[in-house]
Design a protein. Structure first.
Length: 409
């Protein structure tokens, strides 16, 4: 990158994700991307963000001020999930490249409106499906596309982790959308990306087995009389995950009355190609243990993608390919880097979008829609106790966009 072509960006939402994006943009671009202004209505979050970045970007009172008063080359929307549509709407008539945090929004109706907006927006919009950009996923995609494991027939994904997401706005369906939408869409997106197919139907079991309860909705861990004996105590500014570049800006009680998202969920999923398999996660693991494992089964072998390889330093990864022609093993180091070190790839691609080197997002909105429709279908399936035909949940115009997301064989 050349400093003569420095790009200036604005961030809408300077909290947990916004400040992380800002720091990544400046560090990974070696100064070729500068955060010049932010919109963040919360005083505490703004102060935490500027301390995190060791700089004080201009703070705007409105999104309109950010867009009109600064000559910016790109915008990152990292506000809480349920505000994404409203924030995106402020860019109507613009052509500025956008990174939109996932999920697109929290309700199926608002997600459809986001998709419609992007269809008519003249600038590129990339979704922050950062795991696509991680070296371990890019290598897995390369191996699949090369035919190294033959034709994929089935898959199994599973992950387990702590309850950090139950201590902030994500703890309710209204503000977070549920973990199948908030977190599992990373995995659904990787699955669809690797296989190259849209989802067709889904069934699921989703239960709240650990979190939720009868505590006041405004109770914070730091103010709770039981914090020293609570196994889910979350101090403000910390997280249960062992990454140095992650902070949780909230310490809301995970046992509050309002907590209504499931913490244990399993899906059975079929894709258009006829490939099928399972996805499972649960969020009440205690201590240091965390895992994320994918298995892809084919007519020629098996690929194991272990994002948390236990034989290596914690949180480093490994891909194993086992076929009759021989076995391959690939190791990946990303200790102390969130999202498996996918950040540099996001920064480089966004720079190219702002510079006009590329006009095609690597993580486009129509493919994010496909991943998120799995979540909406799964929650509907859980309520009805049956398989849900995913395309049937969409109006005709959205279904057309959904069906254009992946090439059909």
């Amino acid at each position: 990158m050349n400093n003569l072509r420095q790009k200036r960006i604005g961030i809408i939402g300077f909290g947990e994700m916004g400040k992380r994006h800002g720091k990544d943009m400046e560090e990974y671009s070696h100064g070729d991307i500068e955060v010049v202004a932010v919109y963040e209505p919360d005083d505490v979050k703004y102060e935490q963000g500027r301390q995190w970045m060791s700089k004080r970007p201009a703070r705007c009172e409105t999104i309109e001020q950010l867009l009109e008063s600064f000559q910016i080359d790109g915008v990152i929307i990292a506000s809480p999930n349920f505000t994404h549509l409203d924030c995106l709407g402020k860019l109507k008539g613009k052509t500025i490249p956008v990174i939109l945090e996932k999920p697109l929004d929290t309700t199926i109706e608002k997600v459809f409106e986001v998709v419609r907006f992007v269809e008519n927006y003249e600038g590129p919009v990339m979704v922050h499906h950062v795991m696509r950009y991680a070296p371990i996923v890019k290598k897995a995609k390369e191996l699949v596309d090369s035919g190294r494991i033959g034709k994929i027939r089935s898959f199994h994904f599973r992950q387990n982790g702590g309850g950090g997401m139950f201590h902030n706005f994500r703890r309710t369906m209204k503000t977070g959308g549920g973990q199948l939408l908030e977190k599992a869409t990373h995995d659904f997106d990787v699955l669809l990306h690797l296989v190259g197919s849209a989802p067709s139907r889904v069934a699921s079991i989703c239960k709240q087995q650990y979190y939720g309860g009868n505590k006041p909705d405004d109770l914070r861990c730091s103010e709770c009389d039981e914090k020293m004996t609570c196994s889910s105590y979350c101090a403000a500014g910390t997280t249960q995950r062992a990454f140095a570049d992650v902070t949780a800006a909230n310490d809301l009680c995970a046992y509050a009355k309002c907590v209504d998202i499931p913490d244990n969920e399993t899906c059975i999923l079929e894709l258009d190609h006829g490939v099928f398999g399972t996805y499972s996660h649960y969020y009440f693991t205690k201590g240091y243990y965390y895992s994320r494992v994918y298995e892809l089964m084919s007519d020629a072998g098996v690929m194991l993608i272990n994002f948390t390889n236990a034989d290596h330093p914690p949180f480093d990864g490994k891909i194993e390919v086992c076929t009759p022609s021989g076995n391959d093993v690939h190791y990946f180091e990303y200790w102390d880097r969130i999202h498996y070190n996918g950040g540099p790839g996001v920064v480089n691609h966004f720079y190219d979008l702002m510079a006009g080197v590329s006009n095609t997002p690597y993580s486009p909105v129509n493919q994010a829609l496909a991943a998120e429709m799995i979540a909406f279908g799964a929650y509907a399936a859980n309520q009805k106790g049956t398989f849900i035909n995913i395309p049937s949940l969409m109006p005709v115009d959205i279904r057309d966009i959904f069906q254009s997301a992946f090439k059909r064989e």
